[in-house]
Design a protein. Structure first.
Length: 382
């Protein structure tokens, strides 16, 4: 089996699973309990928070544990709206955001908020000048993803941050779910970023884990009210084994990041250079540094994306139709639509997403399988 769908989810690392099981079995007290068993759990949870903070050079109090990317994105978008609506009701985001950002902004429109969706160019990237032009006196939030989950575009987070330095009262949120372990932490954690969202299952941690970086001094209304856990920002008994395991997963990813980025880029380029030779292939991802090293989106124009996915699956190779969150809805990819890609190309789009366990040998096997499948598809197309 070759697994090329790591942007959808990753396999829990054995060491991470061992940590999860150990904590679940031996330190299962409630971190909020006053007795020693609760204190032990609390200490372990705070150690995990400190470890994550150290890796990203932030303060431990700025790391808030959540259940994952969708909760984190919803919290920052809606929490900002709740906390700052008396100052304004204008939000700026992009036309290529994940549904976990776009759908909350659409919900807020029903409550009287105004949302500006920035356009993108043919590579799926915004123009910072468009952002600057969109800022209004009542703008309270700018939310821009670091790495596009469908085609891998890296957005100009640093440039946006420079613009927003002149607007210190506007919250700046970065959806960094696809960015961990991809060599771009310096952009995600630039000085002007106020919030960044992360999801554990994208980097070999258990599902149902995640965290949000919340810059000290920034106000964010909680979505989950209750017992006051996580500094009162995210109530609910903490997922101690999951959060501790997630901290270990991040450590492991960061330790091997440099080598993994080089290997993923090499695999991507090997496949890119091979498939670009075929007449009916359209590639939407770039192979340069403006794109993440692990995502390659392409189409065999004339063949539906789900047909391509299942054809590769029959050969033991697992890819996806753009975002896994929308792949079963048979919808045209949101990012490609925003890029004004023709519908016949967009509905043929599929995504390869690599992980640190993939190899060049797997790329060669993919290319051989591609040749065989393409030959069959070409007969149908022509």
């Amino acid at each position: 089996m070759i697994y090329f769908d790591n942007s959808a989810t990753t396999q829990v690392a054995p060491e991470v699973l061992q940590t999860y099981n150990t904590v679940s079995q031996k330190i299962w007290g409630n971190p909020s309990s006053l007795h020693n068993f609760g204190e032990e759990a609390w200490n372990l949870l705070e150690q995990a928070r400190q470890q994550i903070a150290n890796l990203f050079h932030v303060n431990p109090g700025e790391i808030i544990f959540t259940s994952g990317g969708s909760e984190g994105d919803n919290w920052v978008v809606k929490g900002t709206a709740m906390a700052k609506q008396r100052f304004g009701k204008h939000i700026i985001t992009t036309s290529v955001e994940h549904a976990a950002v776009r759908n909350p902004t659409e919900q807020l429109k029903e409550l009287g908020f105004d949302v500006t969706y920035l356009p993108v160019d043919k590579e799926g990237r915004i123009n910072p000048a468009d952002l600057k032009a969109a800022i209004r006196p009542d703008t309270i939030l700018v939310s821009i993803m670091a790495v596009n989950n469908e085609i891998g575009t890296i957005q100009p987070i640093k440039e946006v941050g420079e613009i927003l330095k002149d607007y210190p009262n506007i919250h700046f949120h970065v959806d960094a779910v696809q960015a961990i372990g991809k060599g771009i932490d310096d952009a995600v954690f630039s000085d002007r970023v106020d919030f960044a969202t992360f999801s554990g299952h994208k980097f070999h941690a258990p599902r149902g884990t995640g965290f949000v970086y919340v810059k000290a001094g920034r106000k964010l209304a909680p979505l989950v009210a209750g017992g006051g856990q996580e500094r009162g920002l995210r109530s609910g008994t903490e997922n101690t084994p999951g959060d501790v395991a997630m901290a270990r997963a991040i450590r492991l990813v960061k330790e091997g990041e440099a080598d993994a980025v080089k290997r993923e880029q090499a695999i991507k380029e090997r496949i890119y250079d091979h498939i670009k030779q075929f007449d009916h292939v359209k590639i939407f991802s770039g192979r340069d540094q403006g794109f993440a090293p692990h995502i390659l989106c392409f189409a065999i124009v004339g063949v539906r994306g789900e047909t391509i996915v299942h054809a590769f699956e029959d050969q033991g190779i697992y890819i996806s139709t753009t975002s896994a969150c929308s792949s079963k809805k048979h919808a045209e990819a949101g990012t490609l639509a925003a890029m004004k890609v023709p519908e016949n190309e967009a509905t043929s789009a599929v995504r390869i997403s690599l992980g640190d366990q993939n190899t060049l040998e797997e790329a060669e096997q993919f290319n051989k399988t591609f040749d065989k499948l393409y030959a069959g598809f070409k007969k149908i197309i022509e």
